[in-house]
Design a protein around this ligand. Sequence first.
Ligand code: ASP
Length: 439
Amino acid sequence: MSKVVKFGGSSCADANQFKKVAEIIHADTERRFVVVSAPGKRSDSDTKVTDMLYQTYALAEEGKDFSKQLAAIEARYNEIIKGLKLKLSLKDEFAEIEKQFKAKAGKDYAASRGEYLNGVLMANYLGFEFVDPKDVVLFDDDDSFDAEITNRRVSKRLKGVENAVIPGFYGAYEDGRIKTFSRGGSDITGSIIARAIHADVYENWTDVSGFLVADPRIVDRPQPIETITYTELRELAYMGASVLHEDAIFPVRKEGIPINIRNTNRPDDAGTWIVESTAKKSKFTITGIAGKKGFCCVNINKDMMNSEVGFVRRVLQAFEDQDISIEHVPSGIDTMTVFVAQEDFIDKEQAVVSEIHRLAKPDLLEIESDLALIAVVGRGMKRQRGTAARIFSALAHVNVNCRMIDQGSSELNIIIGVESKDFEKAIKAIYDIFVMTQL
Ligand code: ASP
């Protein structure tokens, strides 16, 4: 058995957290490959090293003095070195970083140094080999991540290696220039390594004990999710449940490797298992609830719309031409509604409206704003009758008007549209009916 273990920013924020990481790794010899983020926040008011690097590089780019800011970053690493009594100096590394900043080596290079240096430290502390992802994680010239070549390079590089530390978050173009994933991208690196070495498990260690059925800022102490499928997670992540980077499931999914989300500060908690498919029933009919505010909808009316060939396409064309992505399109006989993110739409709304008129000649068109979408997700819903009825009655009881309902064709999710002001109330009511009263 072999496991890839990824530790997030808060798990390696200081020397004390490094000690917890080492304890976790040493507790299980199968934990062979370690992926690290840059040091994160030590307290709520702290700044992540990645953010410090972006800020410092911004000064460098403007040709301003950045020595104080760079020294503050060096101090964070030195504090870890001192706390762990490591015999290691990053003096040369920081001299090189300063040189590269002055030469304007790029924002991605700058940000990647957080993970790079933390990897150097962690490898030294654990006595593991250090593998630089710039040599194995490849980006193509169009900025897209090259999954297949990367997979081959990583497996070749790690063949015969017993233990290694690999910094997360970045790779490089073929010419060696550094490129990062989007924020939180170390989760993707962990998944890439797990796929390449055919790991049995990808453990993702963070500061929460896995996914919760609902957002703890809305629901008081929500239940944890023990097992969730990749597809359920995609639905919830898209709607804002953020424990893992959205794209992190793709590499492991190709190999059917489960992800186990764990808590560095509570290593005995079982965490959440993210799997391809499972015979395990979720504890409740639903697996999770997530949602987002900030949507608009455009209601379009036209008599006999359903018999007009190409009507829907013409309406959607107007959105495509303005480069606006569409969230949901519920429709009736003479009506259809298009849900879009308010921030993408607001500046282009009049252009879209006139184009819909030109292309589709509707009888009536109306825009509504300040809507929220809530996704109720669960593999168990398919086999259960009355799920939608329960959602409706829960909302009716708390006086929330349901503006839209859209059941995905996989029957894995039900999306509900409510007014933004009712968002929290609606989530609480849905949580209560499925989890608290289990009616
Ligand atoms: N350090 C990077 C960030 O703050 C990447 C990561 O932590 O995964 O986004």
